[in-house]
Design a protein around this ligand. Structure first.
Ligand code: AMP
Ligand code: MG
Length: 480
């Protein structure tokens, strides 16, 4: 088969940013998921002689692959850990895709590394297929995110609260550079490597200096978080090691999509304070960017140089961090404008959107379906929309004002408001079948629906919220 030969730019340019490390051997590898579309995009066209289960479990390696456990630091729930790193992941290398873009290939669940601390380095089938469902779902919704290329069951056991089947995920990303990658060298006062890391990051993500790099990251993250918010997506663990420089969503552990609209929604069982609740996501993104800015400061002014230089550098990065809320707001409002089908500039769409969200909250309406049913309302079918609200007081007059302002066609509204999202109860159902019974069909069927999120013909199984009661107590777990 044409197998791409991987490069090892990261490992070669930044030998201090990790440790060369081999993946663990999988006793009985079995391919559970293969992303043929993504493989084609990477120029990876397996032939009959190619053992995908071996290649994507780590028992064999792609040509050129030099597995490397990356070092990074990170603020986890606000507390700083100077050494996190790939405790159960490995960067395999990079490849140039068919569009000329450099992409990282990495394993997750490939065994212990020098960064594993107390962990076992393993991942279970359920959480790795969860990454597949959520990342493929987000991708189909047009949200930048890392992609899943393959999941291989290792034949190994993973001990969590119960004994689970083990798996290795192969993840594809524009890079695995995170805010925490910069914090790692900044925390050590290692300016030489910090500079090299910035040069590597600029080569991959643009920017002529550290300030431009920061600005680019902030603008990409502003757009990304706005997309999350307009889809009701809650990442759940926005630690600085889970925030990319590329602006791609990464790490789909305790994430979930909101059903009944409530800005205070959180799902993660370990997020006691609601730090990563839905409404806090833009605030946390800005906080994380401020940590990136701090880490980059020594590149903008010599820490041992005149204080005036450092003051000027602080002022420069502060300007970027202070601009973030406006960039976010612009992206959020633009998204809302398209979702409401309002004409381009000038229209006072913010109040209309804010009142709509207030109605959704008051009526505990399903976030996804409420937006989607606007198209039906435009066609004169309001019953389906009304039925989503526990209390629809105020909806009728709002609809009247909205209809007067809306210039989009029902088809345009449907193209902006998905019908299918990875609903929590369907994801759990599919993962249980795969993990407990080895039955991959529910996962495959759900994945097929998630890949056509705007299609009105979707099976009602995948469009309806969880039965009342089931949704209320939904919790996600970090113990992946
Ligand atoms: P996450 O919350 O999944 O982004 O992971 C945070 C940190 O914990 C990273 O440094 C991971 O590599 C590490 N980690 C998570 N799970 C494991 C595991 N099973 N074994 C070793 N390290 C892990
Ligand atoms: Mg992570």
């Amino acid at each position: 088969m044409p197998l791409p030969t991987l490069t090892s730019r990261f490992a070669d340019e930044l030998p201090q940013a990790g440790v060369p490390w081999p993946p663990a051997t999988a006793p009985a590898p079995r391919l559970l998921f293969w992303n043929a579309e993504l493989a084609a995009e990477l120029g990876l066209q397996p032939g009959p002689g190619d053992d995908l289960a071996a290649l994507f479990s780590g028992n064999a390696l792609l040509p050129g692959s030099k597995p490397f456990a990356q070092a990074y630091a990170g603020h986890q729930f606000g507390g700083f850990s100077p050494s996190l790193g790939d405790g159960r992941a490995l960067l395999l290398g990079e490849c140039v895709d068919t569009q000329g873009r450099l992409r990282d290939l990495a394993f997750k669940g490939s065994g212990r590394t020098p960064f594993s601390r107390g962990g076992d380095g393993k991942a279970a089938v359920g959480p790795m297929l969860r990454e597949v469902l959520v990342s493929e779902g987000l991708h189909a919704l047009g949200v930048p995110c890392t992609r899943a290329l393959a999941v291989v069951a290792t034949g190994d056991e993973v001990i969590r609260e119960q004994v689970l089947p083990g798996a290795v995920l192969t993840r594809v990303a524009s890079s695995h550079l995170r805010v925490g990658s910069f914090q790692y060298f900044a925390a050590r006062g290692d300016l030489d490597n910090l500079r090299r890391l910035a040069i590597h990051a600029m080569a991959r993500h643009g920017g002529a200096d550290a300030l431009e790099l920061l600005r680019g990251v902030a603008q990409r993250q502003a757009r990304l978080i706005a997309q999350w918010m307009n889809l009701g997506f809650i990442h759940g663990v926005m630690n600085t090691d889970n925030m990319t420089l590329s602006g791609e969503s990464i790490d789909f552990g305790p994430c979930a999509f909101m059903e009944a609209y409530d800005p205070a929604t959180k799902f993660s069982s370990i997020d006691h304070q609601g730090r990563y609740a839905y409404r806090n996501q833009p605030l946390i993104a800005r906080w994380n960017l401020a940590r990136l800015a701090e880490s980059l400061l020594p590149l903008l002014a010599d820490p041992d140089g005149p204080q005036a230089d450092m003051d000027a550098a602080v002022a420069q990065v502060t300007e970027v961090i202070d601009a973030f809320p406006a960039w976010y707001d612009t992206a959020l409002r633009e998204g809302q404008r398209v979702k409401l089908g309002l004409p381009a500039p000038g229209a006072a769409h913010a109040p209309l959107a804010d009142e709509w969200l207030a109605l959704l909250q008051q009526g505990e309406a399903d976030f996804t379906l409420a937006w989607r049913r606007l198209a039906d309302a435009l066609e004169g079918q309001e019953a389906a929309l009304h039925s989503l609200f526990m209390d629809s007081t105020g909806l009728a007059p709002w609809l009247q004002r909205w209809r007067a302002a809306c210039t989009a066609s029902p088809a345009e509204l449907r193209a902006a408001n998905p019908l299918v999202i990875p609903r929590n109860h369907r994801v759990e159902e599919a993962l249980s079948a795969a993990s407990d019974d080895g039955d991959l069909r529910p996962t495959e069927q759900l994945l097929a629906a998630l890949r056509q999120p705007f299609d009105e013909g979707a099976d009602a199984r995948y469009t309806q919220p969880a039965p009342v009661g089931q949704a209320a107590g939904y919790r996600t777990f970090c113990g992946t």
